[in-house]
Write a protein that binds this ligand. Sequence first.
Ligand code: S5P
Length: 449
Amino acid sequence: MNFQLSNYILKLYETNAIKFGEFTLKSGLKSPFYIDLRHINSHPELLKQTADLIVDQVKKLHFDYVSGIPYTALPVATLVADKLQKPLIYARKEEKAYGTKNPIIGQYEKGKSCLIIDDLITTGESIIETAEKFQSAGLKTKDFAVIIDRSNDAAGLLSKQGFNLHSLIKLDQMLDVLKQHHKLDDSKISQIKFFVKSSNKAESIAYTNTVTQKILDLIEQKKSRLVLSLDVDNQHDFFKILDQTAEHIVMLKTHVDILTDFDETFIRRLREYADKYRFLIFEDRKFADIGNTVRKQYRGGIYRIADWSDVVTVHGIPGEGILQGLFEGLKCKAGFLLAKMSSKANLMNETYTRKILEMGQQHHSVVSGYIGHGTSVAEIRRLKNKIPKGQLLLMPGVKLQSDKDSLGQQYTSVREAIEGGADLIIVGRGIIAQNDIKKAVMKYKSASY
Ligand code: S5P
């Protein structure tokens, strides 16, 4: 390694941009090192040196624009753009919750190409996500420059998708330099290398709780990925439809508070159907209050939902206490967190969705998966890729063809939902509003599996 680069690594170390000790990561894992390159921006010399090194690395590549991923990489991208005399554009960090605002800020011509700069690469997934944002705005992205590559093999992952990764420093190089300068000893280095390898393994753990396993078994046994949403207001219609559909569905989704004639006999009868036709009962209650309140709503009141339902829907907005309030001390119950709704202009933006997925992963013993929606295969696939392994994506707002209703519901086709990776589709009016219910349920079942 050249002198300039090892000198740069030492400077990163001296400014605390690379730290060793014990750090709790977002995933809950404890890491023996931590890289925080935001510090670079507070040291003008170091920032300039970073930009010079990146310029050296990318100056022979062909691109029309320079971009940095906000916030950390934006200042250095600005310097790089200046040095190369290329225009700077960048993608919004937060997706607009609604509206049709272009995610790319700045002036650019469609069809031209952009170099994207980021500070750190761990898995490569966030870079791929950014590339997709640029691509959907009509720009070409092929080259990525990062300061530190601390991944196992992000370059390999990116190259499979047609991207080139140019990193200034790889983790092993960084450790070598710090060892040569007596900042690290062999035991610490092997601890770090072991952590990087095993954390990748930890990320590939499948979080499958007992309820999820039951759902997965039913999908295979029934050769169906169908959840029927039976939103009718009386028991007579309810069981008439259930008679024609029960054997083909994996779960039956209810809104018991829609029924005008709810009583104890309804629950008894429903449980008999569930046992006879082997489906799970899914009360779509969408709990959204503090732990103490939801516990009472779930376990008490006139509906006593916890007594008869297998799964319920939960909003994560009050924080993780809601999951404790609902499920603590109960067996064989699980929730689905709402990660992205199907209704038009809903306020769940990318950041919200990401936080919900983090909450769900941490509470995987009671979170079987997520309610999520997308209006295209690419959007659904992007969401699915972020879902921790072993947890499920349930997609509502599904019909045979894309459609909408007059109150903001958006429908994506079954084909797109399944191609995008939905584990289960939630279908209501696509089936229950049809004259021939039996025929409709068979169509959805076969299209889903
Ligand atoms: O984002 C969502 C989440 C849910 S659970 N969008 C939804 O439509 N749902 C539910 O799915 C909704 O409450 C309804 O019960 C069902 C969709 O019904 P459909 O008749 O529009 O298919």
